[in-house]
Design a protein around this ligand. Structure first.
Ligand code: SF4
Length: 124
């Protein structure tokens, strides 16, 4: 029988407690989780190991007189393995003013289900 892979020192960032969680993972599924003070720790750990996601923040080109680049971010966590390709995709984007904070700049980027939205409003 294959030995489970032991992964240590995953910090749950779902709340300020910042539990240090120890996980047993067999390469396909989580076998056990310890060190978490609540159930969210299991979900966080599972997501972090099996499907890690991060909020993507970057800037895109804009035809503005007031700023050089428009700050944008993903509306939800983006799959970590697609982030570099997403940033490359966003280099092709040029936003026309006016734009409002929260406007969708790129819908469903790389068919990930993630939208890229404006982080600020720009009038001109
Ligand atoms: S496991 Fe629960 S208590 Fe601990 S950091 Fe995560 S959400 Fe907070």
């Amino acid at each position: 029988m294959k030995e489970p892979i032991l992964i240590k020192n995953i910090n749950c960032i779902s709340c300020p407690a910042g539990c240090n969680i120890e996980v047993e993972f067999d390469g396909k599924k989580i076998l056990s989780v310890s060190g978490n003070q609540c159930k969210k720790g299991w979900k966080f750990t599972e997501d972090e190991i099996i499907n890690p996601r991060r909020i993507l923040t970057t800037t895109v080109s804009i035809n503005s007189d007031s700023i050089l680049r428009l700050p944008v971010r993903s509306n939800i966590g983006a799959p970590k393995e697609k982030i570099i390709r997403m940033v490359k995709e966003l280099k092709k984007v040029k936003v026309e003013v006016p734009v409002k904070m929260g406007d969708v700049i790129l819908n469903n980027i790389l068919t990930s289900g993630v939208d890229i939205i404006s982080s600020m409003s720009v009038e001109n």
